[in-house]
Write a protein that binds this ligand. Structure first.
Ligand code: AMP
Ligand code: ZN
Length: 474
């Protein structure tokens, strides 16, 4: 098929035509949330823009498979491999177990996504599900001489690579300062930029989740999870890897280092990074006391989709500053837009020529480095044009496949969509029984496959003491 989309590839530092490895198909991976707290609306900016990319790809005809991890272990409070595991700190804060908070905040994340009309990726995989895969990759890296054991931990040896700083135009020195913050250096490392693949020794012995490994009881580093989870579901070649700009270094740099050392060839061709949402005081952070969440916006009586509208009005490659004044303006504009579309008479003939012309313009805007504000301008222009209401309505409905602003969905329709129909319930209950049987037979692969299949259909399972519970998440 024709490859019309171009976007900025962090790897080549230019806007490039997107050409997937396999014609018409896209293997896409997204770094998922670290589930030790609610996502702030900055995190969700990244997920909204990644959702826009995925939906644009689908709209212009690609078959997309998108995978996302859930970071529930190994992401330390400092990117320099020291500090406490964020999950453990979160669990302590709330006097709960790590798994309890992981579950709670994973559900909260998907609930926020649903409110923002962010599609759940085709596969969602928590890091704690994949320990065997991590151990396998680390074993291979050790065998190939890319990793070493020191002081009880396994490290990746960055000096074995010709080009470790693949992304950066900054100097090595600047980057190292960037990750070091105020933490002391790990004396076990051979090179400053080496990173941990597996911990058995850390200052924080209270680490709650630990697993047996050939190198002792321990837990994985943060970077290894994304390499393994993406390869588990997408194979050794990937088209697009996404994340926020803070992930470029060290997380994505380290992912590339270990993945390419493992597979022995280039791994991912396009790297899509979303710039940060800042508040007036600077970058948002989950560790800052009262941070901005979707629930807070709702408490202040904003429709979460107004926040999506706000994000779509600006380019993903520009930092965006949040303020309630701007959100108020967006809210007014959004209400007017939905109202206008609501008054259109849906009945009647659609002018095919006009429809195709505007759809083409809309696609052109998105294909031009995902120019979402231009795509919204096409929507406004179209609504002002001389043509039948039915054509306008059909176009608004079509554009909303990508914008996902509920432009033509009435409240009643949304409620109906959220309701659970009997047929679906019967199906889910039958699959839960099959999963139970598979677990009894110790066929965990089948049990996981059933969980994932339901997740793809928008059904999340929860194992509780009272049995398996389930709910719709998209
Ligand atoms: P985390 O839950 O901290 O692992 O982050 C989840 C995602 O949010 C990652 O892709 C980050 O790069 C991204 N992110 C973190 N802070 C911001 C921000 N202020 N604006 C946009 N994206 C962010
Ligand atoms: Zn990642």
């Amino acid at each position: 098929m024709e490859n019309r989309l171009s976007f900025y590839n962090t790897l080549t530092k230019k806007v490039e035509q997107f050409i997937p490895n396999e014609d018409g198909k896209v293997a896409m991976y997204t770094c998922g949330p670290t589930v030790y707290h609610f996502a702030h609306i900055g995190n969700l900016r990244s997920y909204i823009m990644e959702d826009l990319l995925e939906k644009t790809l689908r709209y212009i005809g690609y078959d997309v498979k998108r995978v996302m991890n859930i970071t529930d272990v190994g992401h330390l409070s400092s990117d320099a491999d020291t500090g406490e595991d964020k999950m453990l700190a979160g669990a302590k804060r709330e006097h709960k177990s790590v798994m309890e908070i992981a579950k709670f905040y994973t559900d909260a994340f998907f609930s926020d996504c649903k409110k923002l009309n962010i599609k759940t990726p085709d596969v969602v995989e928590p890091a704690t599900n994949c320990i065997a895969e991590f151990i396998h990759m680390i074993t291979v890296l050790l065998e190939k001489g890319y990793a070493y054991e020191s002081g009880g931990n396994i490290y990746f040896d960055t000096s074995k690579l010709d080009d470790y700083y693949v992304f950066s135009s900054q100097s090595e020195k600047e980057l190292l300062v960037g990750v070091r913050d105020d933490v002391e250096e790990d004396a076990n490392k051979k090179n400053k930029s080496d990173f941990v693949l597996w911990f058995t020794k850390s200052k924080f012995d209270a680490q709650e989740l630990k697993w047996e490994s050939p190198w002792g009881v321990g837990y994985p580093g943060w970077h290894i999870e994304c390499s393994c989870i993406s390869m588990k579901h997408l194979g050794e070649y990937m088209d697009i890897h996404c994340g926020g700009v803070d992930n470029i270094f060290p997380h994505h740099t380290n992912e590339i280092a270990q993945s390419e050392a493992y597979v022995g060839h280039k791994w991912c061709n396009y790297w899509f990074h979303v710039h940060h949402l800042n508040d007036k005081s600077g970058k948002m952070s989950k560790s800052k006391g009262d941070f901005l969440t979707v629930s807070l916006l709702e408490k202040k009586e904003y429709n979460p989709l107004v926040y999506r509208f706000f994000c779509l009005q600006s380019h993903y490659r520009k930092p965006l500053e949040f303020s309630y004044e701007v959100l108020d303006n967006m809210s007014g504009a959004y209400d007017k837009l939905v109202k206008k579309i609501g008054t259109l008479d849906k009945e009647g003939a659609v002018d095919k020529e006009k429809f195709d012309w505007y759809r083409g313009k809309f696609e052109d805007a998105l294909c031009d480095d995902l120019n979402s504000s231009m795509a919204i301008t096409v929507l406004y222009d179209m609504l002002k044009d001389e043509m039948s209401d039915a054509t306008k309505y059909a176009l608004a409905k079509s554009f909303d496949e990508v914008l996902s602003l509920d432009l033509t969905t009435t409240h009643a329709a949304k409620e109906a969509d959220n309701a659970v129909d009997g047929e679906l319930e019967a199906y889910v209950l039958a699959r839960i029984e099959e999963r139970k049987a598979a677990k009894k037979e110790k066929d965990f692969a089948k049990a996981d496959a059933i969980r994932n299949e339901l997740l793809e259909k928008g059904i999340a399972l929860e194992d509780t003491r009272e049995g398996v519970k389930w709910k719709k998440i998209k």
